[in-house]
Design a protein around this ligand. Sequence first.
Ligand SMILES: *[C@@H]1O[C@H](CO)[C@@H](O)[C@H](O)[C@H]1NC(C)=O
Ligand SMILES: *[C@@H]1O[C@H](CO)[C@@H](O)[C@H](O)[C@H]1NC(C)=O
Ligand SMILES: *[C@@H]1O[C@H](CO)[C@@H](O)[C@H](O)[C@H]1NC(C)=O
Ligand SMILES: *[C@@H]1O[C@H](CO)[C@@H](O)[C@H](O)[C@H]1NC(C)=O
Ligand SMILES: *[C@@H]1O[C@H](CO)[C@@H](O)[C@H](O)[C@H]1NC(C)=O
Ligand SMILES: *[C@@H]1O[C@H](CO)[C@@H](O)[C@H](O)[C@H]1NC(C)=O
Length: 406
Amino acid sequence: MQRSVFFFSLFAALQILVAAQIPPATCQQAAPNQTVLHLPSANVSVPTSPWGLAYVSDGVAFISLGAFVGVLNTSTCTSHLIRTIKLPKYSIHSDGSTDDNGAAELTMSKNRKEVWVSLGPGAIVLDVEKALCGHEDAIIGELITPMFSSATQIVLSIDESYAFISQEYGSNATRGRGGVQVFEVNRERNGTISGIYIGFTELQYAVNGMALSADGKNIYVTSEATLASLMHHKDRGILSVLDVERLKFTPSKALKVSVDAGCEPVRVAVSPDGSSVWVTARASNHLVVFDATKLTTMQHYDAQIATVQVGTSPIGLVFVNGGRQIITADSNRNNFRNATTGLTVVDIDSALSGKQKFARVHTGLFPRSFSLSPDGNTLLVSQFDSNAIQSINLALFSRGQKHHAL
Ligand SMILES: *[C@@H]1O[C@H](CO)[C@@H](O)[C@H](O)[C@H]1NC(C)=O
Ligand SMILES: *[C@@H]1O[C@H](CO)[C@@H](O)[C@H](O)[C@H]1NC(C)=O
Ligand SMILES: *[C@@H]1O[C@H](CO)[C@@H](O)[C@H](O)[C@H]1NC(C)=O
Ligand SMILES: *[C@@H]1O[C@H](CO)[C@@H](O)[C@H](O)[C@H]1NC(C)=O
Ligand SMILES: *[C@@H]1O[C@H](CO)[C@@H](O)[C@H](O)[C@H]1NC(C)=O
Ligand SMILES: *[C@@H]1O[C@H](CO)[C@@H](O)[C@H](O)[C@H]1NC(C)=O
């Protein structure tokens, strides 16, 4: 008996020691310089600041362009804009003023027939075929709740019958806290999509990034700062794990756990094998990596498995090359004079074994979001302040990676 207590205490002490080996990411202004990685790339100019991106096929992608969504022909090396589709404009404030944030991140349905656009009070759904052909009725759904105005990202449940939308600043009733807006999704016989508003999960401040766990049971959500950190004049945020079944019926009770995720965590992605969860901590210039299993157990306090230095103010992140590398969009959105923008390419195995190797690809101003082509050979990057989309050819890089770890 005493013996097992002793071993239990030893085990607990060892766990704390192990946990202490990976200190939480601290805040950092300009990131250290990195070696340059040259990959073939081309730019296409667009009429306004581009944000979300979503490939339909290797030859076509959608992009968010403020009050419009654009259709991009990506079948040649230099992609070009085929057309734009005007989005509804919502008058949401009591004084009649409208929300000007425009379209944020895009989400593609699994069958690639619907594009979900994050916009102000919720989600706009476009029919891909109709949008490609330029039909006037391409907008087939408006899932909105007037009390919200800051939709950033949409995650669909695994069977796509629920939509979860991050509302960065919440509503007039949440005292500045953001959270997740929940809709039940109905696909009508006439091809339209409607939603029943279920409710809201209130989290901490500036809620943006979301990702579904591999088994579809949990949603990971970032909050840039907690109340406690703001009281200490710091923006230290969290990664929260929400229970999907609870989100469907009682969103206010869906929060399972929250863990420290560095300074201003803003986006999250799950590794293709589902085992790890990667967060961009924008004001830490780091990726903060968690063990997906531990996040949902009593050991969540010990779930952080690595922190990886990247460039300045990373936002978007994407797994490439079958999950062997992850690329971050280092936005330098605060325009530190001693920093540059870039795309950091991180080798996953090296990063997780502590032998970090990374290199930076040149890009434009305020790189923000990514979409990887279905064949994995082309990466699109939105350059928000350059009014351009960069198209990077990964084909040779991926082939080279099979022989030489980065
Ligand atoms: C990084 O490189 C840039 C451009 O070469 C240079 O201007 C800057 O001083 C460097 N920063 C650091 C911290 O070394
Ligand atoms: C994209 O451009 C190529 C080359 O100009 C053309 O052959 C193709 O039909 C275009 N695709 C669409 C969907 O417009
Ligand atoms: C919040 O806004 C909604 C919709 O504009 C309004 O009906 C509601 O009364 C407001 N609530 C508060 C607490 O101000
Ligand atoms: C489609 O069906 C739904 C539900 O029956 C209905 O509310 C909607 O008005 C219909 N839309 C069109 C364009 O026919
Ligand atoms: C970079 O510039 C910021 C101000 O923009 C300054 O506070 C910081 O100390 C500088 N960092 C380095 C490494 O030079
Ligand atoms: C794309 O544009 C950025 C700036 O907007 C520039 O730095 C980069 O060199 C351009 N790349 C190509 C291939 O033209």
